[in-house]
Write a new protein. Structure first.
Length: 621
C-alpha cells in the first residue's frame, strides 16, 4: 500500500513537469505555440527525465503530504531550480536554445512549484480541518481545555500535535505571551490574549464563554522562576493545575504526541541556563579512561551518565553500596552497550585496595565524589565522617599520584566554608590536603582541582525528597527555621560544571591545585521552598498541609557561604565558575594534621577527634 502511494505521488509529480513546459510556452507565446511543437517534443521528455532524477535525490515523492512543512517546500524549490538549470544547460548544448524563449523557463519555474506544492499544502489543510471536525463531534474523549503560556517552535509543535491527534486529551483554548506584537493574533486558529498580566482576566473570560480551562501549561525555557511562581499563584487562585511542556527531545514523532510534565521545583528556581563549552568537555573525556568514586550516589551516578555520553575509552564505577552500584551499572550498560564499563565494590578508606584497583583499571581521570554528606548523621557518626571524607580523600589523592593519573577532580561543598558541622569541617581538611599535594613536588604530573558547590535538588538525603514524602503523607512539612536559606542547583547542572572545571584545569599551564566555586545563584528560603512544593501538589499551605518549625539541628546554620572571608573570588573566562584563593599550608603540615585526625578517628573517639578538628580549623565553631 505504501509503495503504491509513493508510485502515485511520483506519477503526479512527473505529469506536473510534463504539463508545465507546454503550458509555460503557451503563456509566453499564446496561439503561436504551434510554431514550437518541435522544441517541445524534444525538450519535454528531457525535462521530465532530469526533474525525476533530482526529485528522487531530494526525496520529493517520499515526503508525507499530511505533514507538509517549510522544509518540504525548500526541498521542492531546490529540486525544481536545479532541474531547470540542468535542462537549460542541456538544451543550450543541443540547440543553443534556438526556438526556446528565455522567459519560458522562468514561467515554468513558477508553474512547477505551484503544481507540486499547491496540492500538498491543500491536502494538509483539508486533513487538519477533517481532524478538527472529528474532534469537535467526538463525545467519547473528554477534552481538557488548556491555556498555553509562551510561543515558541516548541509550543507550536504541541498545538499541532493536539490538533492532528484524534486521541489527544487536550484542547488549547487560549495562548498567553509577553510579546505585545502578537496580542490579538491567532496561531492555528487559537487567539493570543495578552501577557502574563492578562492571565487571570483571560481565565475569567474563557469561563464566561463556556471554554473554562482545566490546566495551565508553560513552555519551558522562556520564563524566569519569579514569573513561574506568579503563574503558579494565579493557577492556585483559580483552582487550576499547572504543567509544563517537556523538552523537544521528549517529543515522540512516532505517535505524534507530547506528554505534559509536572512543574518541578527547578522550574520555580528559574536558574538561567549556563553556557557550557561542550566541545572542550568532550575533548577532555573522549578516548580516556575515567574512574568515579561514589558512583552510586546522586552526584556520582549523574557524573557516570554524563561522562559516558562523551565516549570515554573505559569507565570504572567505584562504590561501597552494592545496590547503588548495580543500579547505575545497569543504566550505563543499557544506554551505552558498546562502552567498556567496570563496576567495582570498594571503599575509599582502604588505601591498599585502592592501589590495586587503580593499577588494574589504569584511569587517566578520576572524579572523587565518595563522601558522607548528611550533616546530622555526620554529627552522630563523627569518626566515620572523618575516616571517609578526610582519610578517604587522602587515599584517593595519594593513589592518583602513585598511579600516574593525569587529573583528579574532587567534589566539595559550601559547608566547608566557615564550617559549623563535622561534615563541612572534614571536607575543608580534605580540600586543604588535595590543594597542598597538588602544589607540592610530590604531585609529579598529576593535576588536582576541587569543586565547591551547595545543595543539589533531589539528591539522596536532601530536603526535597523529605518534603515530598511529608506532603504525600498529609503533613506536616517540617522546616528547621523560618529564616533558614540554602543554595540550590540541579544535579545535572552541577555535574556539567564539574566536568567543565576539570576540562579547564587540563589546559591550565600554571600548574598546581585549584579550588573552583560554582555560581549557585541567589540563596533560597527553605520555608518558601516548602510552600511552593505544597502548592505544586495542588494543596494550600497552612490549610491542607501544615508547616511545622522543628529548630536547627546540630551542626546546621541559618545560611551557607561559598567563600571564606579571606578568600578573594576571582572570575574565570567560563560562565558559572569562579576561582577561590584559599589559605595554603605546606604538605608536611597538612599531612601531619590529617594523619593525627585519622589515627584518633580510627580509635572511634568522637570527642577527641572533634577536638582535633577544632584545633586544625580555627574557623570551625
Amino acid at each position: 500500500m505504501r509503495i503504491r502511494k509513493i508510485f502515485i505521488i511520483a506519477l503526479y509529480d512527473m505529469l506536473s513537469v510534463a504539463v508545465s513546459l507546454p503550458l509555460a510556452m503557451y503563456l509566453r507565446v499564446g496561439d503561436s505555440i504551434v510554431n514550437y511543437i518541435e522544441i517541445l517534443f524534444i525538450g519535454t521528455p528531457i525535462f521530465i527525465a532530469i526533474s525525476m532524477v533530482f526529485f528522487l535525490l531530494f526525496k520529493i515523492p517520499l515526503r508525507v503530504w499530511q505533514y507538509t512543512s517549510t522544509e518540504d517546500m525548500v526541498a521542492i524549490i531546490n529540486a525544481v531550480s536545479i532541474s531547470i538549470l540542468i535542462f537549460v544547460f542541456v538544451m543550450f548544448s543541443y540547440s543553443r536554445l534556438e526556438g526556446l524563449p528565455r522567459s519560458v523557463m522562468v514561467i515554468d519555474w513558477f508553474l512547477v512549484l505551484s503544481l507540486l506544492f499547491g496540492p500538498r499544502f491543500l491536502y494538509r489543510v483539508l486533513s487538519e480541518k477533517t481532524i478538527n471536525i472529528d474532534l469537535s463531534n467526538s463525545s467519547s474523549i473528554q477534552k481538557i481545555n488548556i491555556v498555553l503560556i509562551g510561543i515558541t517552535e516548541h509550543s507550536e509543535q504541541f498545538i499541532r500535535s493536539v490538533v492532528n491527534n484524534k486521541k489527544s486529551a487536550y484542547r488549547v483554548v487560549a495562548i498567553i505571551d509577553d510579546d505585545a506584537d502578537k496580542y490579538g493574533k491567532y496561531i492555528r486558529n487559537i487567539r493570543v490574549y495578552g501577557g502574563i498580566d492578562k492571565l487571570e482576566f483571560t481565565i475569567g473570560r474563557l469561563r464566561k464563554n463556556g471554554s473554562a480551562p482545566g490546566k495551565i501549561v508553560i513552555t519551558p525555557g522562556i520564563y524566569s522562576g519569579e514569573k513561574t511562581q506568579e503563574i503558579l499563584g494565579v493557577a492556585e487562585k483559580k483552582g487550576l493545575t499547572l504543567s509544563r511542556l517537556p523538552r523537544l527531545t521528549d517529543f515522540n514523532p512516532a505517535t505524534d504526541t507530547i506528554a505534559l510534565r509536572e512543574i518541578a521545583l527547578e522550574d520555580l528556581l528559574g536558574r538561567p541556563q549556563t553556557v557550557l563549552d561542550r566541545d572542550m568537555m568532550r575533548k577532555f573525556i573522549a578516548g580516556r579512561s575515567v574512574l568515579i568514586t561514589g558512583a552510586g550516589g546522586s552526584i556520582g551516578a549523574e557524573m557516570a551518565r554524563q561522562v559516558a555520553s562523551y565516549a570515554p575509552s573505559h569507565l570504572c564505577l567505584l562504590d561501597i553500596s552494592e545496590y547503588n552500584l548495580y543500579e547505575i551499572d545497569m543504566k550505563i550498560s543499557n544506554t551505552y552497550p558498546e562502552l567498556s564499563c567496570h563496576p567495582i565494590i570498594g571503599d575509599v578508606k582502604d588505601e591498599k585496595s585502592l592501589g590495586m584497583i587503580f593499577s588494574r583499571e589504569n584511569p587517566q581521570i578520576v572524579f572523587h565524589a565518595a563522601a558522607l554528606k548528611h550533616v546530622p548523621l555526620s554529627e552522630i557518626n563523627a569518626c566515620e565522617a572523618m575516616l571517609t571524607n578526610i582519610g578517604g580523600s587522602r587515599n584517593v589523592a595519594d593513589v592518583c599520584v602513585k598511579a600516574g593519573v593525569e587529573e583528579m577532580v574532587m567534589i566539595s561543598t559550601d559547608k566547608a566554608v566557615n564550617p559549623t558541622n563535622v561534615m563541612g569541617a572534614t571536607k575543608r581538611v580534605a580540600e586543604s590536603y588535595v590543594q597542598a599535594l597538588g602544589n607540592s613536588n610530590k604531585a609529579n604530573n598529576t593535576k588536582f582541582v576541587t569543586i565547591r558547590f551547595g545543595n543539589v535538588l533531589g539528591s539522596t538525603g536532601s530536603v526535597i525528597p523529605l518534603f515530598k514524602k511529608q506532603v504525600k503523607n498529609g503533613g506536616p512539612v517540617t522546616v528547621t527555621h523560618p529564616e533558614v536559606t540554602r543554595y540550590f542547583m540541579t544535579i545535572r547542572e552541577a555535574v556539567e560544571l564539574v566536568i567543565e572545571a576539570g576540562a579547564i584545569i587540563e589546559s591550565d599551564i600554571d600548574g598546581g591545585s585549584k579550588i573552583f566555586v560554582l555560581d549557585m545563584g541567589e540563596p533560597v528560603l527553605i520555608d518558601d521552598l516548602a510552600r511552593q512544593l505544597i502548592r505544586l501538589s495542588g494543596l494550600t499551605p497552612g490549610e491542607d498541609i501544615q508547616i511545622k518549625y522543628s529548630g536547627l539541628r546540630p551542626g546546621e546554620k541559618l545560611f551557607e557561604e561559598l567563600f571564606h572571608g579571606e578568600e578573594a573570588p576571582l572570575a574565570t573566562d567560563y560562565e558559572g565558575i569562579s576561582l577561590a584563593f584559599t589559605r595554603e599550608g605546606t604538605l608536611e603540615e597538612v599531612t601531619k594534621t590529617v594523619t593525627e585526625i585519622v589515627a584518633v578517628a580510627s580509635m572511634r573517639n568522637d570527642e577527641r577527634a572533634i577536638e582535633m578538628l577544632h584545633k586544625s580549623l580555627p574557623e570551625y565553631k
